[in-house]
Design a binder for this molecule. Sequence first.
Ligand SMILES: Cc1cc2nc3c(=O)[nH]c(=O)nc-3n(C[C@H](O)[C@H](O)[C@H](O)COP(=O)(O)OP(=O)(O)OC[C@H]3O[C@@H](n4cnc5c(N)ncnc54)[C@H](O)[C@@H]3O)c2cc1C
Length: 509
Amino acid sequence: MERQYDLAIIGGGINGCGIARDAAGRGLSVYLCEQNDLASGTSSAATKLIHGGLRYLEYYEFRLVREALMEREILWRIAPHIIWPLRFVLPYHAGLRPRWMLRLGLFLYDHLGGRKLLPPTRTLDLTADPVGAPLKRGEFKLGFEYSDCWVEDARLVALNARDAADRGARIVTRARAVSAERRADGWTLTTEAKRDGAQETVAARILVNAAGPWVGDVLKTVGRRHAAASVRMVQGSHIVVSRIYDHDRCYIFQNADNRIIFAIPYERDFTLIGTTDRDYSGDPAAVEASPEEIAYLCQAASEYFASPLAPADVVWSYSGVRPLYDDGASKAQAATRDYVLELDAAGGAPLLSIFGGKITTYRRLAQHALDKLDAYLPEAARRKRGWTATAPLPGGNFPAQGFEALLADLRGGYPWLSQEQARRLARAYGTQARVLLGEAKAPADLGRDFGAGLTEAETLYLMRREWAEEAADVVWRRSKLGLRMNRDEIAALDAFMTARRAEPAAALS
Ligand SMILES: Cc1cc2nc3c(=O)[nH]c(=O)nc-3n(C[C@H](O)[C@H](O)[C@H](O)COP(=O)(O)OP(=O)(O)OC[C@H]3O[C@@H](n4cnc5c(N)ncnc54)[C@H](O)[C@@H]3O)c2cc1C
């Protein structure tokens, strides 16, 4: 066994990686293990909104909504390449929520917390505004438009991990925590490598269980059969269809079952529609969108759009399991989206388990997690509380509203990049795009193009800097190029990555 870490974290989703980053930046020594790829659990299956959660107001979740609203501009400022503002159009639907209720909800949404750059709510005449055009003719006359933000969810996870590692954390992917022994002064954690079953043992003073939907399984792994809190697994699925409309605004539709769904411009040529909400009891790793969910989403969208949608229009779907804190609510959609942190220090060294949470509130959750562990942290680490609110994530060191300037600068430096490729690289990597492109003077200098503009240089950058090991890591999590690449192209990418992985580490640099 090597050194003793301050913190060992199980789980490389947004919460584990967010805690790793915060802790490493406070000077703590951090170890994180993830059983698969980073963000391979729930954190790549979200609707991808940094939002207050308008509908949570109906459940009086004011604490959560306020914290989430305040996070929108904070996160936008620290990662303006992967987070950006969106405008949402809520068509008024006679017979569903009354107008006064929508107005009140949006008034609160505008004023509950922290809105400085994002524009406020406005009322729309859907018979005159272009956003009314894709909707069923004559049915929707009035609408409301408000602000929230978009996030590339899986990239947010990878960038938190990258920053944590740059600050000294050790991040190990494809290593599952298989046992943990508690002593009076610390933990001994054993992990097993996915590829060859090799075991590794590390020692840490504090153990953090950030295993998302697997939080209960990990509690068993560490010898605790019962926690006071428990997780309620709620499945949510999304469908992707060819772009339905031309403008850049999103829709939030109310359904007759009192749920809401979003329709969002996605990856330039597509529209993303979701989500569903239903209790789930299977293996979280095996979750997939069911035919009923796909039919439900098509039908819900068809209530609003002039051109109806059918399951045959779906080009891709994905599904995830929300690891919600079980507050005993009857319906899945009503279960709280707030988080609960459970500290157990009775049996010796501390164990902190995370229940629930949103991508939107991950940074605050990480801060609160370290607050909970306050008594076990050195004074210097406590003094650095809150540092993550202003420190940019990798590639995010440019002004929140400066994306177009960043893009122009990139195009100036690399005029041979197509407009589309430059935009994609600037969005994915921000100022780090220049590191990826390096001294390249022509497309050929980036090596082979695997398809959809994904080059050897980009792939190697992702292997070297972002723990990508297999094609799926690159085409479905570090990017969504899987929507544009065919099976043969993805297989060729996988073969390339396998060959490169087998070479000595120096071959990647
Ligand atoms: C359909 C849907 C839509 C959503 N939309 C939004 C949204 O728009 N905005 C928003 O803010 N939030 C949204 N959320 C919520 C958000 O996605 C989750 O709250 C968040 O991703 C949970 O992150 P996590 O780190 O707790 O869990 P995960 O991302 O699941 O991470 C846990 C990780 O632990 C790993 N792990 C488990 N067991 C072990 C082990 N023994 N050893 C090592 N590793 C292990 C898993 O492989 C996994 O990667 C949505 C969720 C869903 C399902």
